[in-house]
Design a protein around this ligand. Structure first.
Ligand code: ADP
Length: 578
């Protein structure tokens, strides 16, 4: 039900309107004047207003104007009721004021009813539309809210997803970088392997060359010896000795490198005076320096300091460096070795004015088998292991070694740094370090009964010949199984015995011989290619008095022949074991 406002100053007309409109079943509200109408409008909303034009006080037009000024009612349709015939101008005015229609008195009930009914219906529809609008707006707002929530949720999800993606990306980048690094490392490793392989091939070629090199002069010298001519004998022997020394050195170096690589090199460190080592190294290379008519300046005042070292190994270090200085310098060049102390370290410099070392190779030359010049025209021999040995030995002494050179042709300097000994200073070590060879030469030479047991006939014969030349009485046995009997007959004072022999090895044989009465005071000496401390130990345990590594120095052999004899199972004094 909607509200209909009936405005007329005549109650009878109001009554008639009510009668006409009652049928519509709407709520009819009366107002007797314009003012009362305005009052009603303040109270409620109307679907349509039936407004009398001619009223005292406020007439219909004025009332309509005031009604439509109010925002709530500006759209409320007004039907003007007028008794008199009005002009078109007035009618227009009415339309301007918001009138939607006119009815004339006397009112035709059906017309009034249908007009009001239409407007009521319109009002209802408008209301419905408004309601729908509102609900639509609400739905819209709800939708907007839902949308916003969805957007927010989506944004959150997106953000989270983004973060996950970023993290994954970062992880991927990390993995990628690691992979790249691994690939690079692998490439470098492959490169190193290829390099090592190439160097190994070069080394094998060089080794074959270096081993074959001394053989030619030895064979030539042999040829000369065979002529029996006394003029050439001396020279031939010198050649053979020199070449042999060269071969032995080569093989020693090789064995040392192999031992160091397998971590098997034994160091016998003790507190020594550095200078003794430097003097020994100089003495060792003196012959080659003299051969090349080079001069060596030594400034070793500062080397009278103690270091903890294996003297033999440290001598090897400086002999190698001096040997290189000599080898890589022209004849008559000046070489130098000098020492100084700084910051608790001894610093030894070996200088030459030779071919020098190109800068890119300064580091590499310490690597195994690396040689700065690998061309076929290379004038100097060598295997590229000397400096590897130097570096490893120096490291084993807690020191460091470095090479410097101003470049090709400008000479080289090798600097070795060694920590000084922290222990209490020692006295004059040199007087304490007896050199067995020196002792032996002072000893009177005696004629001994010497037995040589070796299945290698050349080795046995050459040794026995040398011993005979030294006026010893010598017997040779090639077959170890016949040794016991031969010894029982000959009763040797000294026995030189090979260890690796077919039929019976030296260890078993010496055990067997030790049970014989003649052997009680005899010196039995092992002659073998094995020189490790474990080998020496094994010899001692088997019953050998000494252990000589082939090729044994003849001076050492001679010294043992001159040593005092065994005293009831003990080792003769004055002779270093091995
Ligand atoms: P080798 O002398 O047997 O080749 P080393 O390991 O002693 O092996 O030396 C490696 C390389 O370092 C040599 O081949 C040589 O190129 C270079 N080298 C070593 N010492 C010197 C030096 N004093 N002057 C110039 N080059 C040197």
């Amino acid at each position: 039900m909607v509200n209909i406002l009936l405005v007329d100053d005549q109650p009878s007309r109001l009554l008639s309107y009510e009668a006409v409109l009652a049928e519509l079943g709407e709520n009819l509200v009366r107002a007797g004047s314009g003012r009362e109408a305005l009052a009603r409008l303040m109270e409620m909303e109307f679907a349509v207003i039936l407004l009398d034009v001619n009223m005292p006080d406020l007439d219909g037009f004025e009332t309509a104007s005031m009604i439509h000024q109010h925002p709530r009612h500006e759209k409320t349709p007004i039907i003007f009721v007028t008794a008199v015939h009005i002009t078109d101008l007035d009618r227009l005015r009415g339309y301007h004021l918001g009138a939607v229609d006119y009815v004339f008195v006397p009112v035709v009930p059906e017309i009034l009813r249908s007009k009001v009914s239409v407007l009521c219906e319109l009002y209802r529809q408008r209301r419905e539309l408004e309601r729908l609008n509102r609900s639509l707006e609400k739905t819209n707002a709800d939708l907007a809210d839902a949308n916003a929530a969805l957007q927010a949720e989506k944004a959150n999800e997106l953000h989270a997803l983004n973060q996950v993606l970023e993290r994954t990306n970062r992880e991927l980048a990390g993995t990628n970088a690691t992979l790249q690094a691994e690939i690079a490392e692998r490439r470098r490793a492959e490169e190193r392997l290829r390099d090592a392989d190439r160097r190994k091939d070069e080394f094998l070629a060089t080794l074959a060359h270096e081993l074959r090199n001394p053989l030619a002069p030895i064979r030539n010298a042999l040829q000369l010896l065979r002529t029996g001519s006394p003029e050439v004998t001396g020279g031939a022997l010198t050649v053979m000795e020199r070449q042999l020394r060269q071969l032995v050195r080569l093989i020693d170096d090789l064995l040392d490198v192999a031992r160091i690589t397998r971590g098997k090199l034994e160091m016998r460190k003790r507190q020594i005076v550095l200078r003794t080592v430097l003097d020994d190294a100089i003495a060792a290379v003196r012959p080659v320096i003299d051969d090349a008519r080079q001069t060596l300046e030594a400034d070793l005042e500062a080397a009278d300091v103690e270091v903890d070292a294996d003297p033999e190994r440290l001598t090897q270090v400086f002999a190698n460096l001096l040997n290189n200085a000599c080898k890589y310098s022209p004849p008559e060049a000046r070489l130098s070795i000098s020492a100084r102390c700084e910051d608790g370290r001894a610093v030894v410099l070996v200088r030459d004015e030779g071919i020098g070392i190109p800068a890119p190779q300064l580091e590499q030359i310490f690597d195994l088998f690396v040689q700065a010049d690998t061309s076929l025209e290379r004038a100097r021999g060598g295997l590229g292991i000397g400096l590897t040995l130097v570096r490893q030995l120096v490291h084993m002494h807690g020191g460091s070694v470095a090479a410097e050179s101003a470049g090709g042709g400008l000479g080289s300097t090798f600097t070795v740094q060694l920590p000084l000994s922290a222990a209490r200073p020692i006295g004059d070590t040199r007087s304490g370090e007896a050199i067995p060879a020196a002792q032996s030469s002072a000893m009177p030479s005696a004629r001994r009964r010497v037995m040589v047991i070796d299945d290698n006939r050349d080795a046995a014969d050459s040794l026995s010949m040398a011993l005979r030349l030294s006026s010893h009485e010598v017997r040779v046995v090639y077959d170890p199984l016949k040794a016991r009997e031969a010894c029982a007959l000959f009763r040797p004072e000294i026995v030189f015995m090979d260890v690796g022999m077919p039929g019976m090895n030296g260890y078993d044989l010496v055990r067997l011989l030790r049970g014989e009465p003649w052997a009680e005071r005899a010196l039995i000496i092992a002659l073998t290619g094995w020189g490790q401390e474990t080998d020496r130990q094994r010899s001692r345990e088997a019953g050998f008095d000494h252990h000589l590594v082939k090729p044994a120095d003849f001076e050492e052999i001679e010294m043992l022949c001159n040593a005092e004899r065994r005293e009831g199972g003990g080792v003769a004094s004055g002779v270093a074991h091995g």
